[in-house]
Design a protein around this ligand. Structure first.
Ligand SMILES: *Cc1c(COP(=O)(O)O)cnc(C)c1O
Ligand SMILES: [Zn+2]
Length: 416
C-alpha cells in the first residue's frame, strides 16, 4: 500500500481514498469503474530490476511495490503465479509465425489465471475486516476463490454463485475446497445479480472482478511476470481471450506500470479474442458504439459473458496499446485445443486457447506479420472441462486384447 495514491474513476476522474471495500464511483451512480493509482516516482526511487532479480519469492507477491496490499496482511498459502513461459517453434509454425511465447497460466494452483485475482481478494477482504468472500462466476473465479480461501486454514469462508451451465469439473472443484456453492437456475447475468444482492445484504467481501478495482491489480501480475521472464524485452503483440474484460485490462495495467517505472520501454499491442457466439466487446470495439448485451452462445464457458462489466477498461487497454480484437468460432477453438496440446504438451480449456485461435486468424489475415514477436497466455487448464476436451480430441482407438487384431486395425489405417 506504500505506493498507492488513490482510486480514480475511469469515467469522471473523481478520486477516492484506497479503502479495501471501495468498489465503484459514487458520483457515477455506483457504475463508474475505479482504477488504482500509484506513486511511480517513489517506486522508481525504491525499486530496481536488480532488486527484483534478487527476490527469491517466486509468486505474484514478488511485485509487492506494484500491488495494492499492506505488507503485513496474511496471504493465501497457495503459490500463485510464476507460471512457465515456453518458446515453441512447432506451435509458431502451426500459427504461421516465426516465434511464439506461450505462458501457461493453467499451472496456477487451482488451474487458471483467476488465482491471481482471488489471492488479491483474500488479502483485501482481510484488510476490509471481512471473513466471508463471495462472487458469481462461470467457474474459474469461483474455484480459485474457493481454493485461496481454503488455504487460509479455516479463517475465512467463500460463497459462490454459479450459473447452472458451469462445467461439473469446476463445480466439483469448489465443493472439494469447501465453499458454499449456490447453483443459480439462470444465466451468468442472473447469477451475478443474485450475488450482488446477497453481498450487499450480508455485507460480504465482493470478489467480482468487474467492479472490484483491486482484482485487476492481481491479474496484472501476469504481464509483470511475462515481462520479467522475457528479460523485459517485450513482444510486438500480446494475446488474451476476453470475457468480462478484466484480464486484458489487468495485463495492460501491468505493462503500463512497468513502462512508468522504466522497466520496459515498449508496451506490446494487445489482441483481445472473443467467441463468435458471445462477442459484445468486439462489437463495441468495431462499431465504437456503447456495449449491447448479447446471448452467451459458446462452449468456451469462461468467456461466455453477455454483459461484461469491465468492457471500458478492456477497450481502453486495446486502444491505448494500438491493438485489435477478433472473434473465433467454437470449431476454431476446439481445433486450437488440439493444436496447442499436440505441439506443446499444454492442455488448455476452450477459453484457455481462444487467444491462440484468434492469433491464428489474424496471422492468416495479415494483421499480425510472420516475423512479429508474439506472446499469448493459456488462461485455464483443460482438465477442468473434459467434456469439451473430448469433443476436440475424439475417441481413443478401441481394440480387443489381441495383437493380431491390433495389427489389423493399424493396417486399416483407422488411426495411425
Ligand atoms: C476468466 C477467464 C478468461 C477471461 O477473463 P475476463 O477477465 O473475464 O476477460 C479467459 N480464460 C479463462 C480460462 C478464464 O477463466
Ligand atoms: Zn465517476
Amino acid at each position: 500500500m506504500k505506493y498507492v495514491k488513490k482510486l480514480v474513476c475511469i469515467d469522471c476522474g473523481e478520486e477516492y481514498d484506497a479503502e479495501p471495500d471501495k468498489y465503484l464511483c459514487s458520483k457515477c451512480d455506483n457504475e463508474g469503474i475505479l482504477e488504482v493509482e500509484y506513486d511511480y516516482n517513489k517506486i522508481k526511487e525504491d525499486w530496481s530490476i536488480e532488486d527484483l532479480k534478487a527476490n527469491e519469492d517466486l509468486s505474484i507477491w514478488r511485485y509487492l511495490p506494484l500491488l495494492p496490499v499492506k505488507e503485513e496482511t496474511p496471504r493465501p498459502s497457495l503459490r500463485v503465479g510464476w507460471t512457465p513461459v515456453y518458446d515453441s517453434d512447432v506451435l509458431a509454425q502451426e500459427l504461421g509465425l516465426e516465434e511464439i511465447y506461450l505462458k501457461d497460466d493453467g499451472l496456477n494452483p487451482t488451474g487458471s489465471l483467476k488465482d491471481r485475482a482471488s489471492a488479491m481478494a483474500v488479502v483485501k477482504a482481510q484488510e476490509a475486516g471481512a471473513t466471508t468472500v463471495a462472487c458469481s462466476s462461470t467457474g474459474n473465479a469461483a474455484s480459485s476463490l474457493a481454493g485461496n480461501v481454503a488455504s487460509m486454514g479455516g479463517k475465512m469462508d467463500a460463497v459462490i454463485f454459479v450459473p447452472e451451465r458451469a462445467p461439473m469439473g469446476k463445480v466439483t472443484q469448489l465443493l472439494i475446497y469447501g465453499a458454499e456453492v449456490v447453483s443459480v437456475q439462470g444465466s451468468y447475468e442472473e447469477a451475478y445479480y443474485l450475488s450482488d444482492g446477497a453481498i450487499k445484504k450480508w455485507d460480504w467481501y465482493n470478489r467480482n472482478a468487474g467492479i472490484n478495482p483491486y482484482l485487476v491489480e492481481g491479474k496484472k501480475t501476469v504481464s509483470l511476470e511475462l515481462a520479467e521472464q522475457l528479460n523485459f524485452e517485450m513482444p510486438d503483440w500480446l494475446v488474451f481471450s476476453v470475457g468480462d474484460g478484466c484480464t486484458i485490462a489487468g495485463a495492460w495495467k501491468g505493462l503500463y506500470d512497468l513502462k512508468q517505472i522504466g522497466f520496459i520501454d515498449k508496451i506490446p499491442k494487445l489482441i483481445g479474442v472473443q467467441a463468435e457466439g458471445c462477442a459484445p466487446i468486439t462489437k463495441s470495439f468495431r462499431t465504437e458504439k456503447p456495449l449491447e448485451t448479447t446471448s452467451e452462445d459458446t462452449l468456451a464457458d469462461s468467456i461466455a459473458v453477455g454483459k461484461p462489466r469491465n468492457y471500458k477498461k478492456a477497450l481502453n487497454a486495446i486502444r491505448e496499446s494500438d491493438g485489435t480484437m477478433v472473434n473465433v468460432s467454437d470449431e476454431e477453438i476446439l481445433d486450437m485445443m488440439v493444436t496447442v496440446g499436440q505441439t506443446t504438451g499444454v492442455f488448455g480449456e476452450p477459453a484457455g486457447v481462444t487467444g491462440f485461435a484468434g492469433l491464428k486468424k489474424l496471422v492468416d489475415q495479415g494483421v499480425v506479420a510472420k516475423e512479429d514477436k508474439v506472446a499469448a497466455v493459456i488462461t485455464g487448464n483443460g482438465l477442468k472441462d473434459i467434456t469439451n476436451g473430448k469433443k476436440a480430441a475424439g475417441e481413443p482407438l478401441e481394440v480387443p486384447p489381441n495383437l493380431e487384431l491390433l495389427e489389423k486395425t493399424y493396417k486399416r489405417g483407422d488411426r495411425f
